[in-house]
Design a protein around this ligand. Structure first.
Ligand SMILES: Cc1ncc(COP(=O)(O)O)c(C=O)c1O
Length: 363
């Protein structure tokens, strides 16, 4: 008997494992494992979803025209260069699929978002990690990792799970050092949490160059992870490529309806950003008073480093927190098994989590 065989390398892939959502013994655990929005979705987005009911038998607009137009107006961009996707994960995969394949290399930063390595492998390409310095992407090391086989460089800025970001100047230096036929993908999933001048999401570089793409998501600041909506800002030639390979109706109608409403609710976004920054900095400062290592996170989570003494490790802390109904995220898949990543939630969730961490460290 013979059976269909998947392409070489597929059976070596492991399925992506997201943060846990359920915890035995807890009807409503505190969920801080997936960097979802701290205050929940905009009420306007929820209302938009409710209004959709009678339209559910219709196909959505396959070009997500209204969404792209609204994004262009909101961010001061060109709508023709925007491609929407079922979460930015999908777009990152499509970019990889379009530009890299067997025999090619895909460069990413050592502790970069784990999807880069996985999606490179799923395209048959070889992922190449560039060492970080102080848990921060390093431009010299990224450039040194680029070789004749490199097709794509992925950089999350800020990065998940380290929370660190590099400056506008460093991004420009990275781009200037890349061959013109290597695509630089600047993943701005957490871009909205930074409003300082030293930072750039890369949109200007997209417009100035032929080989830079910026990806964004509605899953973080807009707190709409459930509806799966992401977008890419591209050179027109790259937008054309992505349009050719995406599925006909890749963005669902509910995602478009909720996304449009969330984008219009600026007050909710401003409140979510301010809350997130306040409690992120509070949690990092309090955790460091407990003797835990922290990075300078500029995203919607903190990364805490635990001692390696038995009973005090990150895995011990994870077990301890789970016993108290709190789910955070271990970081073994990105080589940080001594760390836990904790998403910023509401005030009660933050205070309960800190109290549990404090108890753990004193135990
Ligand atoms: C750096 C980074 N990029 C992309 C994503 C994917 O986001 P989406 O929900 O849009 O697929 C995440 C999700 O955690 C992320 O951390």
């Amino acid at each position: 008997m013979t059976a269909p065989e998947p392409r070489e390398g597929i059976m070596e892939l492991r399925p992506y494992k997201g943060g846990d959502a359920v915890l035995e013994g807890f009807a409503e655990p505190i969920r801080l494992a997936s960097n979802e929005g701290a205050l929940g979705p905009s009420p306007l987005a929820v209302a938009a979803l409710e209004r959709l009911g009678p339209e559910l038998h219709r196909y959505p607009d396959g070009g997500a025209t209204a969404m792209r137009q609204a994004l262009a107006e909101h961010h001061g961009l060109e709508a023709e260069r925007i491609v929407c996707g079922t979460g930015s994960d999908e777009l990152l995969s499509q970019i990889c699929r379009a530009y890299a394949g067997p025999g090619d290399e895909v460069v990413y930063s050592e502790h970069g978002f784990m999807w880069y390595k996985m999606t490179a492998r799923s395209c048959g390409a070889t992922p190449v990690a560039a060492p970080e310095v102080d848990l921060t992407a390093n431009v010299d090391n990224l450039l040194a990792a680029v070789g004749a086989k490199t097709r794509v460089v992925f950089l999350a800025n800020p990065n998940n799970p380290t929370g660190t970001a590099i400056s506008r100047h460093e991004i420009e230096r990275l781009h200037a050092g890349l061959p013109e036929d290597v695509l630089l993908v600047l993943d701005g999933a957490y871009a909205e949490y930074i409003e300082d001048d030293w930072y750039s999401d890369g949109a200007e570089l997209v417009e100035a160059a032929q080989n830079v793409v910026m990806t964004r998501t509605f899953s973080k600041l807009h707190s709409l992870a459930h509806i799966r909506l992401g977008w890419a800002y591209c050179p027109t030639a790259v937008a054309d490529v992505l349009d050719r390979i995406r599925a006909p109706f890749n963005v669902a109608g509910p995602a478009i309806a909720a996304g449009l409403a969330a984008l219009a609710d600026r007050e909710h976004a401003v409140r979510t950003r301010a809350h997130t920054i306040q409690w992120r900095d509070w949690l990092a400062a309090e955790a460091s008073k407990l003797g835990l290592g922290t990075t300078s996170s500029v995203a919607n989570f903190v990364l805490l480093r635990f001692p390696d003494t038995a009973g005090r490790t990150a895995h011990d802390a994870d077990t301890f927190l789970r016993q108290r109904g709190i789910i955070v995220r271990t970081q073994d898949p990105v080589g940080l098994s001594d760390c836990l990543r904790i998403s910023i939630g509401n005030e009660d969730e933050m205070r309960t989590t800190l109290a549990a961490l404090s108890e753990f460290m004193q135990d």
